[in-house]
Ligand binder design. Structure first.
Ligand code: SF4
Ligand code: SF4
Length: 472
């Protein structure tokens, strides 16, 4: 029985409800009057239910699809302005006891190089990341209680926060590790993590069990209920995601929104972010083996429908996607992207030798951070290295209420300019700096509040003269 308030995975992600939703969407997708009424509701920027959103996703009427794209762009502008938050993944260890069929780190893969960073290696990797200009990391590790116990993860977080190279600092560490206990989530919270991210991979229980034949991750309920345990452990910001290509995308889309509705119903706050990865080629993995792969157009449609359905939730896209795809979906609602990513264990400090490959997937966007920053600015975006909210205690429902009242905008824009200025002074190439300085000068004028504009200008001047780490 479907119940968004239930704490049981099979009740808040009810298979029957998803099947009914897909049927409902098929019945309603050509009822253009109804589709229009959903678009009108989405214009209120209060979100859509999974059923309404599924109708939009199923709709094939070109005019309506274009309307949804336009609205997604507008909502993106209204909520996120022209800012794009930057981050980088850091793989700590690829030891893993699970048998996930789509991931090269699965236990039975005997030819991938297995690596685990020592604390000394983390210092080197993080120093290299700081020297690029990164301030926000997402750490990743396989599930392995012997090689990667929670104590190891906590030690790594501690090391990462302690490294200060030149003007560099990692100011926010988001964590993407396997589902764990309330107690372990509490310890992660105490270690000062930002968002806890866990991809569901697929919401389809039968497929989930087939794709995860062995290891603790096989347990669908334990995995699906992880966010509830994380929130019980005090983690305010959680990030959802599915791996598109494993199951029918319309099924996953409905499941994803139901998960968001469940978090809102139980904890009073929805997901902080949603990630939209697609299955990619990797060692021992051929994406063509998964017959639910989606085209770039469908992918863009999914991103636009997510944007109009959960306007307050950040959307993340990684370097799994090419420059061209990233360009398209950034416009439609993506608010955070990674840049210059290495998906291997190590590799920032010095490149991995070819024969020693430990990568989780092939990167499609291989540009340097400086190139990505310049590319964003040339498209009219402000690359932001902001980490202010978490450090100001603006997390969970506090963050969401600021977001919903529109007040967060007063922080994001000046913070983006301040952190971009830091980047330009400390790390940018001459060309990037030139473009960036012009952008900052123009964008300063767009801070509506006179006092905030003056303070922001003052901070920017001080950064030029060596001061760092201002925030609104
Ligand atoms: S997806 Fe995660 S749990 Fe599965 S094999 Fe890869 S690292 Fe391990
Ligand atoms: S002010 Fe908060 S919401 Fe805005 S970019 Fe910074 S951390 Fe994100």
């Amino acid at each position: 029985m479907y119940n968004p308030k239930s704490m049981k995975a099979e009740e808040f992600i009810s298979h029957d409800e998803i099947m009914d939703t897909l049927k409902f969407a098929d019945e309603k997708k050509d009822d253009l009057e109804y589709v229009d009424s959903i678009i009108e509701k989405a214009r209120l920027r209060k979100g859509l239910t999974h059923r309404e959103a599924s109708v939009l996703l199923a709709c094939e009427d070109e005019d309506r699809i274009n309307e949804v794209y336009k609205l997604a762009e507008q909502i993106k502008k209204d909520f996120y302005g022209n800012r794009i938050v930057m981050f980088a993944p850091l793989y700590l260890s690829n030891y893993c006891v699970n048998g996930c069929l789509y991931c090269p780190y699965h236990l039975k893969n005997k030819h991938i190089a297995r690596k685990k960073l020592t604390q000394e290696e983390i210092v080197k990797e993080v120093t290299a990341l700081q020297d690029m200009g990164h301030k926000r990391l997402a750490i990743e590790a396989g599930e392995d209680p012997v090689n990667n116990p929670i104590e190891y993860i906590l030690e790594c977080i501690n090391t990462i926060y302690s490294i200060k190279h030149k003007n560099g600092a990692i100011r926010r560490v988001n964590v993407n590790i396997a589902a764990t206990t309330v107690e372990n989530y509490r310890r992660l919270k105490e270690a000062g993590i930002g968002t806890y991210i866990l991809f569901q991979e697929t919401y389809h229980k039968q497929s989930y069990e087939r794709l995860h034949p062995t290891g603790p991750k096989h347990n669908y309920a334990y995995h699906t209920e992880a966010m509830d345990r994380a929130m019980e452990g005090g983690i305010d910001d959680v990030g959802l995601g599915v791996l598109f290509g494993l199951e029918l995308y319309r099924y996953e889309f409905a499941g994803l929104l139901m998960h968001a509705e469940h978090l809102e119903a139980v904890h009073g706050v929805g997901p902080h972010t949603i990630s939209v990865p697609r299955v990619k080629r990797a060692d021992d993995i051929d994406p063509d083996e998964f017959d639910n792969g989606i085209s770039d157009d469908i992918f863009a449609k999914i991103c636009a429908c997510i944007r109009v359905s959960v306007p307050y939730t950040g959307m993340i896209i990684s370097t799994r996607e090419s420059k061209a795809v990233r360009e398209k979906v950034i416009r439609l609602g993506v608010s955070q992207i990674s840049g210059a990513s290495k998906t291997s264990v190590g590799g920032y400090y010095e490149p991995e030798p070819e024969e020693d490959n430990s990568a989780q997937f092939d990167v499609s966007d291989n540009r340097t951070l400086d190139e990505v920053v310049l590319w964003l600015m040339n498209m009219g975006y402000i690359p932001s290295f902001c980490t202010a909210c978490y450090r100001e205690g603006r997390t969970g429902d506090r963050f969401m209420s600021l977001c919903k009242s529109g007040q967060i905008q007063n922080c994001c824009h000046p913070n983006a300019l301040i952190t971009l200025k830091e980047y330009l002074v400390d790390y940018a190439s001459d060309k990037t700096r030139e473009v960036g300085e012009r952008l900052i000068a123009d964008e300063l004028k767009n801070i509506p509040n006179e006092k905030a504009r003056a303070v922001c200008g003052d901070y920017i001047g001080k950064i030029e003269h060596g001061a760092r780490d201002f925030r609104f």
